[in-house]
Design a protein around this ligand. Sequence first.
Ligand code: ADP
Ligand code: MG
Length: 359
Amino acid sequence: MKTNKVILPGSTICILGGGQLGKMSLIAAHQLGYHTIVWTQGGDAPAVEMATYRFAAPFTDNNTFASVCHLADVITTEWENIPIWLLEKFEAAGKLVRPSSKIMAIAQSRRAEKEFAESIGANPVPWVFVKAGDSLPAAATTLDFPIIIKTDRLGYDGKGQTSIYNVLEVPDTMPVDVVIEKRIDLKGEFSILVARNSNDEITVSPAVKNTHEEGILRRSKWPNEFSDSEFETEAQNIVIKMAETLELEGILAVEFFVSTNNELFFNEMAPRPHNSFHGSIDAAYTSQFEQHIRAICGCRLGSLNFHSKFTMTNIIGNELNYWLLEDACLPVIHGKLHIHGKNEIEPKRKMGFFNKLSK
Ligand code: ADP
Ligand code: MG
């Protein structure tokens, strides 16, 4: 649904989900003079303490739903797996949901994302969808090995993915829907962030280069070898087309691969703040979180350009102690440290990040 409504400071923004992306969006919302609501289902939720109103209840809870309807002027998400039925229920109740349930539904399924990307002329890596219980080997042989099997839904930080190097290793079936992708040799990976508001205003970021370790984002860097390249321009055109086609009201981060033989591929998209743009808090004229709030409120957009060079390094698991306590970090600690404030440290869990800036 296209709506032109502007939400001014003093109004109330509801964020569904309680993770670090919500926390940083809330900080930006308060900085711009908004009141906020967080609705989480409980658990270790760093966003909760930032909000004006806090609800910890299952998403099926009708009392919380009624309270949010009463208090909120606009509803957004920080987690792409918020149930679509909940977003549709808010929309049916006449509430503004930005980005819309339609966009969120696409981002919840790798198949839907790839089909959408193809529909606007972007190029995903060769892929095939296999329904739960259907034969995998038959589908896998339509692609060149090696391949990666990814769950269609709910994957993140490399979870739900298996790389397979020959047909004998392919499982007969999977208990859930999957996509199989050709595993390509990467020259590199980058992401682009686009913002669009209900007045058709669009801004696009430069390409931020991403380096992964064990499927988890480790570093994001700007500038990089893709800066001012044809890959960057082509990818920017793709994400602008995506934002226009979806009538996006909010921000959308899109991940791209560049292969060793210089082909550009669409990887995946997320209609929310994205880890690879955490550097924007300290290095961009407008951070991705502020841009998210401006975009969902129908305000004029800022600039996603960077005024400083940066490398963002994720702090994972018990590396937190290194950054906070150990002498070894002293040569590199001059920068901006951001700690998410999660109660439990777990291996492979993102605990914070460090922005190293330079001129
Ligand atoms: P997640 O939701 O976990 O971010 P991705 O599909 O983005 O899932 O995969 C995580 C990382 O795994 C990618 O950023 C890339 O480094 C690697 N990867 C995923 N798919 C492929 C592929 N088809 N070819 C090569 N590398 C891949
Ligand atoms: Mg990814």
